[in-house]
Design a protein around this ligand. Sequence first.
Ligand code: AMP
Length: 190
Amino acid sequence: MINIIFFGPPGAGKGTQAKIISNKLSLPHLSTGDILRSKIKQNDNLALEVKDIIANGKLVPDNILNKIVSEKLIDDCKNGFILDGYPRTLDQSKFLNNLLNEYSLNLNYIFNISVNFELLTKRILNRSIEENREDDNADVIKTRYQEYKNTTQKVSDFYKTVYKEIFHEVDGDAEIEEITKKIIKILKNR
Ligand code: AMP
């Protein structure tokens, strides 16, 4: 069983890498962004609330995220998981910690992919052509990046201090295959 978390700003490529590693290791890939986007399609009150928040680049409330992740972790991730986009706040990280303790689970690897603002803006604008995401535009990217800097980076800094041995910095400026190779090398060194 391997439990992995990917951190990084929007556009760092954490979703891309999480997907590749999920296929290679046959581990469930839990992208909270993907889960929220599919929730939006349900068109109920919650969907409308979430749609608006995501479209503006803000963070969806912790209680919604914690509920989603606890259900998925308990139902689908008994043999390991890859978390992509969660935890994004300190409250979420506390919730995750309690959940892992409750089920006697440990984290095995944390990858923090870093990319500078110019490159991630370029990547996200390219992606917007392929994926047609409402939040992939220049204005919203700025808000998403601020949310990352103000809130989520504190979470990855916390993990970096507390989980030193399993925390790996990854340079996200390289090509996709290059980054995957580095991650696989770290996974093999276990
Ligand atoms: P992502 O696909 O990871 O870039 O997420 C897209 C959007 O979904 C984010 O900009 C947030 O609005 C929302 N979101 C995803 N994961 C979380 C989370 N863990 N906490 C709060 N909001 C989230």
